[in-house]
Ligand binder design. Structure first.
Ligand SMILES: Nc1nc2c(c(=O)[nH]1)N[C@H]1C(S)=C(S)[C@@H](COP(=O)(O)O)O[C@H]1N2
Ligand SMILES: [Mo]
Length: 252
């Protein structure tokens, strides 16, 4: 990084870090280093350390992905015959450590930029209009699987609680130590569901009982299981893997 870097090389290196689909779209829109600086909010110079540069690229990547995200574009859906059996379990711990949640006592906490902060027992959540979809879950660890999840469209839930839909983030706290957060346009996407069922049956513990936010437009680690609290905020909430260096936007 000490050598005088040609501006074109900096842009090229930054682009290498982007997923190929993003890269293609990005190249189509022919953004320059000026644009890169605008998006990252800082000037990319040859004095930046490699780590700072990578941090900038990751934040740049978040911004580019957010910028390219088309709220009306639907992720593919599949026939039920293509459902992966058995559907894989994944968490940052082994299956014998899956959190046990008592559904009778459970109440979903809601906080932040919302008008109605009452906590939701499961029975009340089940009364919201339910829908299901068969989509592909893609994990960065190198596997993907098709499954069927059912629940309420998250936009419906956000409107029901009087969420500030102009806020930047929706954050999630889980019954394990997991947490994550998403951008509002994705939260409002038609295929973003707050799900209570898997394969037509109550979500089993290993897949995230009592609820999982299912987004076919985002990578697996952005899909929180065992959600116990939801909050709407303009303060960046990060996430379990995101704080360890995974890209925050995490689009597929
Ligand atoms: N609460 C919680 N949610 C989580 C995780 C986790 O460890 N804890 N892992 C994430 C990752 S990396 C993946 S791939 C999916 C796995 O979901 P599955 O077990 O239903 O396949 O859950 C995501 N959500
Ligand atoms: Mo994952």
């Amino acid at each position: 990084m000490k050598d005088k870097l040609d501006k074109a090389v900096i842009v090229q290196e930054a682009l290498k870090e982007l997923p190929s689909s993003t890269r293609r779209l990005f190249l189509k829109r022919t953004l320059t280093l000026g644009g890169l600086s605008l998006l990252t909010g800082c000037t990319v110079t040859d004095e930046d350390s490699a780590e700072r540069m990578l941090m900038k690229i990751s934040r740049f990547n978040d911004n580019v992905q957010a910028w390219l995200f088309d709220p009306n574009k639907l992720a593919p859906t599949y026939p039920e015959s293509m459902i992966t059996k058995p559907f894989p379990f994944n968490a940052y711990y082994d299956i014998d450590k899956v959190p046990e949640v008592n559904g009778e006592e459970f109440k979903l906490e809601v906080s932040g930029l919302v008008a109605d902060k009452h906590s939701w027992p499961l029975a009340e959540l089940y009364q919201l209009p339910q829908t299901d979809q068969v989509t592909r879950h893609i994990c960065v660890e190198g596997w993907s699987a098709i499954g069927k999840w059912g629940g309420v469209t998250f936009a419906t839930f956000l409107k029901r609680i009087g969420a500030d839909l102009t806020a930047k983030y929706v954050g999630f706290k889980c019954a394990d130590d997991y947490y994550t957060s998403i951008d509002m346009p994705t939260a409002l996407h038609a295929q973003t569901l707050l799900t209570f069922t898997y394969g037509g049956k109550t979500l089993p513990p290993e897949y995230g009982y009592p609820m999982k936010l299912r987004m076919p437009t985002k990578l697996g680690y952005k899909n929180p299981k065992h959600i116990v609290a939801i909050f709407v905020t303009n303060t960046y909430p990060g996430g379990y893997w995101e704080d360890k260096g995974y890209n925050w936007f995490g689009g597929v």
